[in-house]
Structures are given as C-alpha cells and as structure tokens.
Design a protein around this ligand. Structure first.
Ligand SMILES: Cc1cc2nc3c(=O)[nH]c(=O)nc-3n(C[C@H](O)[C@H](O)[C@H](O)COP(=O)(O)OP(=O)(O)OC[C@H]3O[C@@H](n4cnc5c(N)ncnc54)[C@H](O)[C@@H]3O)c2cc1C
Length: 263
C-alpha cells in the first residue's frame, strides 16, 4: 500500500486552459507535492481567492517532476470549479497531497487502461508511468466519451499508448456505445492483457470489473465519493466492501481491487 504523505503547498497557476465547454486543464507549480505524487493519487485544492470553504478533490492527471508541475483536468460541476475556471496565471492555489493509495504496477503482461468522462484524468499519469517506468508492453487505452468534441484527451496520452481507442455515446467518433462494448474485441486482439485499470462513472466501472472477474483479469477501480477532509478523519466517504470490511475512499483508496468493490 502506498503510504499517504500529506503536504500542503501554495502552488501558482502556470496555465488554466479550456479544453471544451465544461472541461479545463490546470497546470500548477507545486514541486513538493509533485515530487511525491504517484499515479492514481489525488490532491485536495483550495482556491485562495474563492468563496468555497472546503477543499475540493482532484485526481493527479499528470506530473512534470523536472519542473515541479502538476496537471489537473476538471469539469465545471459547481461553484468551486466555476470559480477555479476564472483564475489566471500566477493565482495562488493551496494544494494538499498527494493523498490516498494509487494504482499498483506489475511487470508481467499488458495493461488495458480505461477512462470514462473526466475520470480519464488520472489515466494520463498512469499511462506515462506504465510506458516510461514499467518494463513490458505499452498499455492499450480505451476512452469512453460523449462525442467527438471530447477527443482533446488524445494529446495527453498518444505517446504512451500501444493503441488508443474511443467509444462515443452518439457514434460521432470511434465505436458507438459504451467503453465496455469495445472490450471483447480488444481482449481478442491483445491476448497478453493481464491487468485492467479503470476510472469513470460507477456503472461503467461495475460492468467492467464484472467482465474482468469473469475473464480472470486483475482489475483495479478508482472510486469517486464526495469527501470533506480527504485524510480519513471525517468518515464521509466510507463504503462496505464485499469482504464486509468498511473502507475509506480517501485514505484506503481511491483505487481498490475491483473484486472488493464489485465482485
Ligand atoms: C478522489 C476524487 C478525485 C476526483 N478527481 C476529479 C478530477 O480529476 N476531475 C474532476 O473534474 N473532478 C474530480 N472529482 C470530482 C470533484 O471533486 C468535484 O466535481 C468537485 O469537488 C465539485 O466541486 P464544485 O465546488 O465545483 O461543485 P459543488 O458545488 O461542490 O457540487 C456540484 C455538483 O458536483 C457534484 N459533486 C461534488 N463533489 C463530487 C464528487 N466528489 N464526486 C461526484 N460528484 C461530486 C455534486 O453532487 C453537485 O451535483 C474527484 C473527486 C474525488 C473524490
């Protein structure tokens, strides 16, 4: 298990760029947090100039360790993220993290990385890590998005993928349907896939975890629950696993074995 090492650092916004009508990419300079960040972990951020009191959790989308840069990709969901979208270069953001337990990595076999919607964010750093740090074949990456206006994700992961596949809800690009519909063909084409890692809506992760369990493929899922503290104190994000154990998404996860959550 990755130890949670908690730091709070005031980061500066390097860029805050709109990727689509409701999704933006935020690059923050926060070298101490970046130095410790592992794929699948998250940070709790507070806009020092904003009106929301509680920090908001965001997955570590990518890091540039050399330059101390952290990438977050966020969807404008409510007040906090709408205020975040208005911030310009140089604005201060308090960053707490890296928090939680991220994905685990094994050298043997290929990994299928799957992201749905803004759940694609943590897949970027995970793909970089698999491609640059782990010996073995490059990952196959599958993204489920609403339509062709959400293909901006390609720029972040293209270099790390053996193959990048999209499904769109409306069929405007790639295969029409949900990400899970594309998996049988992918497993047939890449029989060396031994691991699946997925982050997206609960219903998507449930279906994929069940499919992986049937096929005997190890599957990790990254859960998203509303959380207030992010460090295992407020117990706002707990759930009962299939083993009967109660888990805290923030401190024991957000990444869990798919068998424990959906098995
Ligand atoms: C571990 C973790 C990682 C996350 N990573 C990302 C990420 O990389 N990119 C991203 O865009 N979002 C991510 N989220 C969700 C993000 O934290 C919320 O969208 C954000 O806190 C909303 O803040 P707000 O003030 O804009 O909205 P609020 O006014 O607080 O809420 C607006 C709407 O968003 C919903 N919402 C708020 N928090 C969550 C949540 N935790 N999960 C689901 N729905 C929520 C509310 O129910 C409400 O409908 C993550 C959440 C968790 C727990």
């Amino acid at each position: 298990m990755n130890a949670t090492k908690k730091l709070v650092e005031i980061g500066n916004i390097v860029s805050n760029t709109e990727l689509s009508a409701d999704v933006s990419a935020l690059v923050l300079e926060c070298p101490q947090v970046v130095a410790e960040a592992k794929p699948g972990q998250f940070v709790m951020i507070k806009n020092e100039m904003g009106s929301t009191y509680l920090r908001r959790p965001f997955g570590v989308a990518d890091v540039d360790k050399e330059n101390g840069l952290l990438l977050l990709v966020y969807r404008k969901a409510g007040k906090g993220t709408q205020e975040l979208a208005l911030l310009e270069e140089g604005s201060p953001i308090s960053v707490e993290g890296p928090l939680g337990k991220g994905f685990s990595f094994k050298e043997a076999g290929r990994t299928l990385l799957i992201g749905g919607g803004v759940g694609i964010a943590p897949i970027i750093y995970t793909a970089r890590h698999l491609s640059e740090e782990i010996t073995g074949p490059k990952p196959v990456i599958l993204f489920g998005v609403r339509n062709h206006k959400e293909l901006f994700w390609s720029d972040f992961v293209e270099d790390f993928a053996e193959k990048l596949i999209y499904t769109t809800d409306d069929g405007s690009y790639g295969r029409k349907g949900f990400a899970i519909d594309a998996i049988p063909d992918i497993l047939a084409k890449y029989p060396d896939i031994r691991h699946i890692k997925v982050c997206g809506p609960t219903i998507m992760m449930k279906g994929i975890a069940e499919l992986a369990i049937k096929q005997g493929i190890e599957c990790e899922v990254s859960l998203e629950k509303r959380m207030a503290c992010g460090i295992g104190v407020c117990l706002g994000c707990t759930f009962a696993g299939k083993s009967g154990k109660r888990w805290k998404v923030c401190a024991d996860g957000p990444v869990f074995d798919g068998v424990e959550v959906f098995g």
